[in-house]
Design a protein around this ligand. Sequence first.
Ligand SMILES: [Zn+2]
Length: 373
Amino acid sequence: MPELPEVETIARDLRGLVTGARIVDASSNWPPTLRSHEQEAFALAVAGREIEGVGRRGKQLLVWLGPSPAPGPVPVAAEPAVLTVHLKMTGQLFVVAAGTPQDRHVHVVLALADGRELRFRDMRKFGRMGLYRRDPATGLPLEGEAIGVLATGAEPLADDFTSRRFAELLGYRRGRLKTLLMNQDFLAGVGNIYADEALWRSRLHPLRDAHTLRADDIRRLHKALRDVLAEAVERRGSSVDDYTAPEGDGSMQEHLQVYQRGGEPCDRCGRPIRRIVVGGRSTHFCSWCQRLPAEQRKAAGKLLRSAWDGGGGERRREGPAAARTRRGPRWTELSGEGALGRTRDEEARARRIAATRKAAATRRAAARAGGSA
Ligand SMILES: [Zn+2]
């Protein structure tokens, strides 16, 4: 799912492409995509409005629309409005010439007066758009208009999101770090990819209890979060699965250190990255670099025993006690670059990963061309 860097990239691309354009019509072929209006009312409510700018709140894209020149009998008509777009799993936005081929996954089309179209394509159909009256001061929907739509958590790249502020926010929280970082009412915009990456960078275990962090842990985590998000924005996000932006794919996926790298060697210590499932989401970490304090290990025991490290189906004990009894890396830890040899399982997995990545890239290219994928 696109996270802060991916949505920020889309916002920046769109801002350059459609600011100043006028919407003349809208159509939709999948009613649930429009969360605020019936399809016809939506078309009436957006027609004639100028796109004044594009922004972001958390993982949600904000398209600012000027007042409608010919207000009709529909809600939201006469005032400046904001169109919220949540891409969810597979949402994509493209700006194309009106005649460009269109496949069956395009669910909303905004026709522009200059002969182009802003298309929302969404294979899994979980993406949502809403149109609301806009608070001129904040650019967000007017209070009470879009209840439950926007995240309420802090923006991790905002100037006022200091280490001190992060510590204050953490002060009230308990529970596992991974789950907390992904809570949109705690931090807005962080999801599975960047939670795993920030925890690896700050050497904190994803199952660590938030209230046990010390001051230097908090400072490291704060820095890691901001660093990895800013770096990902610079690289236009991570094009894993279906994410692509109007002006093209990102390249952060080539620089991720743990996400979807289960079984590959850790860039810091060479031991295999592990994968466990926390709250239904796969979680990637290095159990050597990201230690869990002894008193928390028992509670996490069952989850940790399920850890998968890509090595021949072998399950291993966690923690320093297990590590101390070992002499050098195990054979199953020698996969990856410089390995003496790969097992058949590892070969098959490497081939599967390469095939999956190639298929996703082909799918994104096809979506961009408007052909069916
Ligand atoms: Zn490591």
